[in-house]
Design a protein around this ligand. Sequence first.
Ligand code: HEM
Length: 273
Amino acid sequence: MTATTALAERSKLTADKVLGASAVFWFLVAVVGQWAFVAYVVSFYGGAALQGNFERWNEVLVGGYVRGGTVGNVVLGAHLLLAVVITVGGPLQLIPWLRARARPFHRWNGRLYILTAIVISLAGLYMVWTRGTAGGPLMRIGISLNGVLILACAVLAWRHAMARRIDVHRRWALRTFVLVSGVWFFRVGLMLWILLNQGPVGIGKDFDGPFVRFWAFGCYLVPLAVLEVYLRARDRSGPPGKLMMAGALFVLAAGVGIGIFDAAMGMWLPRMT
Ligand code: HEM
């Protein structure tokens, strides 16, 4: 090996390590934020349910609990319960250490994850189009497209795992994870936007302002685009491309971290009693 190729090999290894570290950093920030969201769901919705006070759910929900509307209420309750299952279980699937040392756990948790992604999305679609949600029509269309994309990606991730095409399976599983995180990105991004603008710019009094209409789609399409750029940088770029991606991921992780803090302080903690 010549000195030049040794140097090139070393800079490639360094770039791989830096990119890997930035991805881990992003992931750790996201896990803290997602589990904070779960803590809120368990405490607020679970707490009210345990007291039999389902009407309290409507302090947050727009098309929420309806007295006597049994089918819709069961679907809503299942959606909230599955939100906990999927948000706790999802990140565990992405930890390489667990994947390598606890393969049966990865398989069973994976099956549960895919099944939950499918049922929660179908339940969500039913809820949007029977009871509605905050915001205008674009908000409904935005979250519905999120649900349809989750269904498609979850099925593809499962089919590639069954066919033992592990590399392709991992890509579709990552896409499913990012899409499933859409509702969480929505809240974190919204709070970051309001903080950066020092007020509710573009939100609108009926929650149908320009930013809300953009973010109804952007909350999952933007992270999905970032994931695609990351995968391309990881698998096909040289050291400069990898280092640029690593820098971008560090900045994004910082932004997500601030959004999480703001969402926790402004939306989640005040409702956790
Ligand atoms: C897959 C991951 C998802 C998770 C973890 C999740 C979680 C949640 C949570 C926690 C809530 C309560 C709202 C809050 O307190 O902030 C909620 C409400 C709701 N979700 Fe989901 N959700 C997911 C996907 C979806 C999808 C794909 C749809 C639609 C296709 C959907 C439709 C709804 C609707 C309509 C509500 C009630 C909104 C309202 O009445 O204001 N969800 N979801």
